[in-house]
Design a protein. Sequence first.
Length: 304
Amino acid sequence: MTRPPRAADLPRCAYAATPGGQVHYAEAGAGEPLLLLHASPRSHRAYRHMLPLLAPHFHAIAVDTPGFGGSAPLPGPVTLPALAASLVQLMDTLGIARAHVFGLHTGNKIAAALASGWPDRVGDVMLAGQTHSIHADHAERNAGIRDFLARYTPTHDSGDPHADALRNWLGAHATLDGYWWPPALLHSRHIDAAQIAQAEIRVLDYLQGWKAVMPIYDAIFDFDLTGSLQRIAARTLVLELLTPAEAHFGPQGPALCAQMRQARYATLGDADGSVLESRPADVVGRILAFMQQRAPIAASGRLP
């Protein structure tokens, strides 16, 4: 049963000084820890509508991936295991022994790396994404991600680092224009403050994280998602976001679930990467439905 709201349910932001650098996060609620991992190039702000909904049930912690939002970049090469290790450092710093974890797009791969590499630190795992993000075949998944990425971050290599730096900067400005003037603002008959606030948040996220986009996607292309899933012992939910534009792939969630020991499958129809903000109650509903049948992690997951 959901308890009445209380002061701890109000989202609050903080920094954790970890061995790998400052990690920024937003949190709400009290109880069992639930890490929330965002897509690229987003930040904790993507979970701003979900945090109050999760707060009556969990200590929900929306983490800025290193290099995005307010978090410092990794001190070394960007790999998915290194990003997962940064979460372990965050948990150590916050005194959290075990946490459930939910990840969207980039976040689902970091979650898989965390659950497979540090199984004793993870409770339940929830992997969400559009079909291109959870394709079971490595080559097909990378091709789908590259097609998706090409719409936002064109790549080039002239051999002249100064020219490439300038083109990257100009390309970032062009991409920023797309976030500043999304179709909803350009073509809607009625514009409200929420639409403008959403555009502003996307602009802020991109400005803070655009330099980290290509390094993290290179890490994603190299990541063995299927191998990681096969090593996950935790209860796992695969939440596939189905869109007409990706119907040609066919549903991929069942094939992904087949790689794991304790996996369940759920879908959200007509849902894309903005679903955390456009339909937060639907996402939280899928999380709560999955978490109903589980053993709680002791002592709110905190280290003694």
